[in-house]
Design a protein around this ligand. Structure first.
Ligand code: SF4
Length: 484
């Protein structure tokens, strides 16, 4: 995948001018937000559950080295193998070596952000394997040489007509007239079933890894992870080291939080618990290999101010409520992890040089924190990263961060007016009158002033109220003024 995080502004501008994407984002994020609200409202004590989720994931971080070793021990006890991968290349190479040593030709994959992070499909294809994504959205993207734009709904940027065209071109299957989405599902199911039956290896991610029992848990809705982990004789799971939870009982909390926050479901259609390889007389893979991936996580772990971002359970709730993500979608962020959590973790994985624009892709409204099931302090982390970007620039140029002429002038004017209430009142009255004279239907059109030109090129500026807050305050309280 070509990383374009350093071009966030340009990517975002392109996304804003894509009418289809705008409609798709509005529908998808609106649906997820409403479903989550409904699911949360019907669960009394959801706030306490969030506290519990946070505590579990924080305990896992506090005891991470010890829990990872315990997890390894338990997996081996149950007949599995554990591999430690320092980075994406190591992890991919381990999977490739395993596949080669087992004579594998066809590999089925279930949706995994961790393997997106390591660019596994590319590595497997380069190494000569046929690797097939089996999550419907991921399968569509793979056929079209595209990549996900949402953690949960990877292909939200595609129309059903586009999908029909992709299937026609790549699978030589035409969707019958009036067959619609069910017809497309049938085509994909037919194509994928043959892959499931011919694959010698299944590769998945994991939502949780339980230290106490060596169990990995995969939450899904399509059943493709269940098939990928049971039909092929070898199962390989890519697991980020932050996926650890201490105890099996912790899943009682995490599995209530994840589906409600992600899709608004009480529980997902399939929850797969996988503990070791199949024993005599049992179904499942004869060999289980778990690749524990670092790839920059220990660096984040050592960072006191940003360590909390490792609590993320990739539910996607923060993306759906984010006013920036809602408008620009996932591709604008230019790497695997989009939205508010992407703006926090991508600069840490990619480095500030490539991720420097992302911490600024936020209005800091705090909606992400309000919905996060494990209470990650995303706005604080974004501010911290903004400070670091400024510090890095200062170090690189040898000069303190420079404001543009217009920024400097604006702040000086603001300082002068803010110290003189009469001037503030006069300035705001003139500004209000000017803007109201341009307003129609409650909004002001494009404003040809330096700071407002860009702002109003993409959105409507609401017409100012007839009276200022202070004027209304005086009127309502009958006060003659003074400090409020
Ligand atoms: S930061 Fe929180 S809300 Fe966002 S994906 Fe991670 S767990 Fe979900």
């Amino acid at each position: 995948m070509h990383v374009t995080s350093d071009k966030f502004s340009k990517n975002a501008a392109d996304a804003l001018h894509d009418p289809f994407l705008q409609g798709a984002l509005q529908r998808a994020t609106g649906k997820f937000v409403n479903e989550r609200l409904r699911a949360v409202a019907e669960y009394p004590g959801f706030e306490a559950l969030r506290d519990q989720g946070r505590a579990i994931k924080q305990e896992a971080l506090d005891r991470l080295p010890e829990l990872l070793e315990q997890f390894e021990e338990k997996v081996i006890e149950r007949g599995g193998f554990v591999h430690w991968a320092r980075d994406a290349h190591d992890a991919n190479q381990i999977a490739i070596n395993l596949a080669r040593s087992e004579g594998v030709k066809v590999i089925v994959k279930s949706k995994s952000m961790t393997t997106e992070e390591t660019n596994l499909n590319h590595a497997l294809t380069e190494a000569g394997f046929e690797a097939v994504e089996t999550d419907l959205g991921e399968y569509i993207l793979q056929l079209d040489d595209d990549y996900p734009s949402h953690i949960l709904a990877p292909a939200i940027h595609k129309t059903k007509e586009q999908v029909a065209d992709i299937f026609d071109r790549r699978l030589h299957e035409k969707n019958p007239p009036d067959a619609g989405i069910p017809g497309l599902n049938t085509i994909a199911r037919r194509a994928l079933r043959t892959k499931f039956l011919s694959a010698q290896m299944g590769i998945t991610g994991a939502n949780f890894a339980v230290a106490e029992t060596g169990t990995i848990v995969i939450v899904e809705n399509e059943g493709n992870a269940a098939l990928s982990t049971t039909l092929p004789k070898i199962h390989v799971a890519f697991v980020g080291i932050e996926k650890i939870v201490p105890r099996f009982n912790d899943l009682a909390v995490m599995l209530k939080l994840l589906p409600r926050s992600a899709t608004g479901q009480r529980m997902s259609s399939y929850t797969n618990f996988l503990t070791g390889a199949a024993r005599a007389g049992e179904e499942g893979p004869q060999k289980l290999h778990i690749i524990l991936l670092d790839n920059g996580r220990t660096k984040i772990y050592a960072d006191e101010k940003l360590q909390g971002s490792l609590r993320c359970i990739r539910c996607g709730a923060c993306l759906n409520v984010c006013p920036v993500y809602q408008k620009v979608g996932g591709h604008a962020y230019g790497w695997v992890y989009p939205g508010p959590i992407g703006a926090v973790i991508s600069p840490q994985y990619l480095g500030l040089e490539r991720g420097h624009q992302l911490p600024f892709a936020s209005s800091l409204c705090g909606a992400c924190y309000e919905v996060c099931p494990v209470k990650i302090e995303i706005p604080h982390m974004l501010l911290e990263l903004r400070n670091r970007v400024v510090e890095e620039n200062t170090k690189a140029t040898g000069r303190p961060a420079k404001r543009t002429f217009f920024e400097a002038l604006s702040f000086q004017l603001f300082a002068v007016a803010a110290r003189r209430p009469w001037l503030w009142g006069l300035g705001s009255a003139i500004g209000r009158r000017l803007l109201r004279s341009k307003a129609s239907g409650g909004t002001v059109g494009k404003v040809e002033l330096p700071v407002l030109r860009k702002w109003t090129s993409e959105r409507d500026l609401a017409a100012p109220a007839e009276q200022s807050f202070l004027e209304q305050w005086k009127q309502r309280s009958g006060s003659k003024g003074g400090r409020a």
